[in-house]
Design a protein around this ligand. Structure first.
Ligand code: SAJ
Length: 438
């Protein structure tokens, strides 16, 4: 029996030892899904507190409940460690580490590289490795494969198996989860695709095999670039409608009645999160190295990046209409998370808006039920506790993130002036003269 067949047998019997490297919003749900499927899963993370939390049966990820962790740990299907040495005993490794951008806007592959350096110490015959972190096409073959073969002399597709499978986790979502969202998998060789797919099939309902790691890497980038560019388009439509004195929200609502050939996106104060604003830039960066300029990505990114400034301009104009200079005015930001009903601040446009308002001399405060404090590039602020008092005393309220927990009717009643960047007041009659929409 060759190594692929032997490993496939262990994967199907669930006797294969599974590990997930990186226990964040992607890695922890994936570790749980494999554990629920019956594998003995060891999660690795360098952060001691995360490891301790899991081994105590406590979750720190929105989508995973304590009860599930506690049960899986108790029944011996899930454990966490910071000791990478036990990778030697693993048969299947999934890499779920961050792929952020550097300050320069270039991809930061340091997490992938450091994990690959660790893996090369423990690579052994009969192991399957799957990279899940979003990255530019070619990363798996150009960066990870050499590290795993140089040190060991092992051959991918024969001695060990290497594939890429893009993560499709949408934090906070209940309908599409790690277990039921179709999963694309592409290997360095067809045998790699086969082994990785059989592994994931044991725990995930739908596996979509593709012909290579590059196709799988590019699939994810198409998904998120599509989204980023369409958000950029609708943001530019908002700017153009503003110039034309047309209500973009009414336009979108009307366009949304088209039952085919149109997909609704909404304008906003900017593009947050660790996927949509970032993933497309991995692609444009790679293409620049190949002397190609990804103009759609660059233009959409420019428009999206400008939306916080556009929003501050709306605040300034709205205060001006009330003969109030922005400088010295009390401005209350409602909602700072990068999207509603989650506890994630990464790349949130609220942070840019706060910085810009403070630069212009406004007295800025914020409220967000998910963040009692924000610390960001020299900014350190605490959320106000009494939102009603804050709304009443503000010269201008800016709805930046429309958490569903807010009482928008009460906000509309109590405020003097509201800039609503999310059309959050549409249900409570935002025809009011004190409401300015994006
Ligand atoms: N946004 C808009 N207008 C829109 C949609 C989003 O301004 O019409 C803004 C949001 O406010 C946020 C940013 O874009 O600041 C990103 O929002 P998002 O809804 O795309 O949420 P993310 O960043 O959590 O994206 C994730 C992605 N999932 C993965 O990468 C695995 C994305 O592929 C999903 O399509 C998205 O969730 C989703 O559909 O919710």
């Amino acid at each position: 029996m060759d190594k692929a067949q032997a490993l496939i047998k262990k994967l199907k019997e669930k006797s294969a030892r599974v590990s997930v490297l990186g226990l964040g919003y992607v890695g922890l749900p994936l570790a749980v899904v494999f554990a629920e499927a019956g594998f003995k899963v060891t999660g690795f993370d360098p952060v001691e507190s995360k490891v301790e939390s899991i081994n105590r049966g406590k979750s720190y990820v929105l989508d995973i409940q304590d009860e599930q962790i506690h049960r899986l740990v108790k029944q011996g299907n899930l454990q966490a460690t910071t000791d990478f040495a036990i990778l030697e005993q693993m048969d299947a490794v999934s890499i779920c580490v961050p792929t952020p951008l550097r300050k320069t806007g270039d991809p930061d592959l340091s997490f992938i590289l450091s994990v690959s350096e660790l893996l090369k110490q423990y690579i052994h015959p009969g192991i399957v490795v799957v990279l899940e972190s979003t990255t530019y096409p070619g990363t798996t073959r150009e960066l990870i494969l050499p590290k795993l073969t140089e040190a060991s002399g092992l051959e991918a597709g024969k001695d060990f198996f290497l594939a890429f499978s893009p993560e499709r986790v949408d934090p906070g979502r209940k309908d599409w989860t790690t277990a039921n969202t179709p999963k694309v998998i592409g290997g360095i060789t067809p045998q790699c695709t086969e082994v990785a797919s059989i592994w994931y099939e044991q725990a995930i309902q739908t596996i979509v095999r593709v012909s290579s790691t590059e196709v799988a890497e590019m699939t994810k980038l198409l998904e998120n670039t599509f989204r980023m560019i369409n958000i950029g388009l609708v943001n530019e439509m908002a700017i153009m409608s503003d110039r034309l004195g047309i209500d973009i929200w009414e336009v979108i609502k009307a366009a949304g009645t088209k039952p085919f050939g149109f997909m609704k996106f909404l304008p906003g104060p900017g593009l947050g999160g660790h996927c949509i604003p970032i993933d497309p830039l991995y692609l444009s960066w790679k293409l620049k190295a190949l002397n190609y300029s990804a103009r759609f990505i660059d233009l959409a990114s420019e428009i999206n990046t400008n939306m916080p400034r556009f929003t501050v301009g709306k605040v300034q104009d709205a205060l001006n209409e009330q003969r109030k200079p922005l400088k010295g005015s009390k401005v209350l930001i409602i909602g700072v998370a990068y999207k509603p009903d989650i506890d994630d601040l990464r790349e949130s446009p609220a942070l840019d808006i706060i910085h810009l308002l403070r630069e212009k001399g406004a007295k800025v405060s914020y409220h967000d039920p998910y963040f009692h404090q924000i610390i960001h590039e020299g900014l350190k602020m605490n959320s106000i506790s009494d939102i009603n008092a804050g709304v009443k005393t503000a010269d201008c309220v800016v709805i930046v993130t429309n958490h569903s927990s807010y009482d928008y009717a009460a906000i509309l009643k109590a405020a003097t002036l509201i800039v609503d960047t999310r059309n959050a007041l549409s249900e409570v009659g935002n025809g009011s003269p004190k409401v300015v929409k994006l």
